[in-house]
Design a protein. Sequence first.
Length: 96
Amino acid sequence: MTRAVHYRDRNAFLQDRAPGSFWISGPEETGEQSFIFFCPCGCGDKSVLKVGSGFKPKHGPSWSWNGSTTAPELAPSVNWQSHWHGWLREGVWRSC
């Protein structure tokens, strides 16, 4: 299990590269946002998910985000290139 730590400062987020940390872009007109995170396994890889706060965007791979930065949750699970698969629940990344 890895705690999901939210960064408000994008530059600090990119510099620290903390496993499981995340930064969220401002919403677009559609309400969609980019949920950028560093892999919870600690490998240092960064990924971007298309999310909606309280809804799952209709086009392309996307996730519903509960809108919380202190106890974030994503649905469905995150299956990242057969590298890491798990859930973000109550602010904790949990492997399947």
